[in-house]
Write a protein that binds this ligand. Structure first.
Ligand code: CTP
Ligand code: MG
Length: 230
């Protein structure tokens, strides 16, 4: 059952305040986007990548991909969910994808072992539609009203959602398009399945799978990537 990676990369990276979108900043000799996409394509079960970029993106076509597998360019949308829907629709329609593996362009530090674990847990699991990589919350969590603490929230039930997120291509395109049409708040793929009341799971990954967001994250990502190549 073919898995196609869909990588939303149409954001502007406003919080990074760089001279270009953060997915095109260099870390350890490659762009952030290249690290993210190539890590996915290294997995034997991933057959191709579909990258959603903005129509006026001048950087994408110059990338020399270090993989034998195809990398397709599609048009991104206004919100992350629109970009994912564009990529997932392409994967389903033109690549006959059975599974879609969605991964943020801005997460270059994904561990191969965690990607493998996610795929193994989801494709062999008939009880749930799909699942996501996530890490347990570490700090004591407080619910507040303004600055006033109401109570401590049970940490056992709290996770940081990451990507990749793995779902069947038909189900994903359906819940995304219906959810978007309905005005649902869709911040990741899993939230579209929550909206549709379809059961899915977390698979425990690692905290070094950071989403590069602010300038200081580049230093941390370089540190993690340098460790991996040693
Ligand atoms: N993304 C996308 N299409 C959008 C918005 C975001 O494909 N319309 C992608 C980004 O390129 C990124 C991922 O979704 O890979 C996660 O989004 P985020 O970290 O918020 O990136 P940006 O929106 O680019 O950053 P910012 O919010 O700081 O502007
Ligand atoms: Mg954003």
């Amino acid at each position: 059952e073919p898995i196609v990676a869909v990588v939303p990369a149409a954001g502007v990276g406003a919080r990074m305040q760089a001279d270009r979108p953060k997915q095109y900043l260099q870390i350890a000799g490659k762009t952030v986007l290249q690290h993210s996409v190539e890590r996915l394509l290294e997995n034997d079960r991933v057959q191709a990548a579909v990258v959603a970029v903005s129509d006026d993106d001048p950087y994408f076509d110059d990338i020399q991909w270090q993989s034998d597998k195809p990398v397709y360019r599609v048009s991104g949308g206004c919100e992350r969910a629109d970009s994912v829907l564009s990529g997932a629709t392409y994967a389903l329609t033109f690549l006959n994808a059975h599974w879609v593996l969605v991964h943020d362009a801005a997460r270059p530090c994904l561990r191969s072992a965690d990607l493998n674990l996610l795929i193994e847990k989801i494709v062999n699991n008939t009880a749930h539609v799909g699942g996501i990589l996530a890490v347990p919350v570490r700090d004591t969590m407080k619910r507040t009203t303004g600055e006033r603490v109401e109570h401590t929230v049970d940490r056992e039930q709290l996770w940081h959602a990451q990507t990749p997120q793995l779902f069947p291509a038909t189900a994903l395109t359906k819940v995304l398009s219906e959810g978007l049409a309905d005005g649902a708040i869709i911040t990741d793929e899993a939230s579209a399945f929550e909206w549709a009341n379809q059961s899915h799971i977390v698979v425990e990954g690692h905290a070094d799978n950071i989403k590069i967001t602010h300038p200081e994250d580049l230093v941390l990502a370089k540190f993690y990537l340098d460790q991996k190549t040693q």
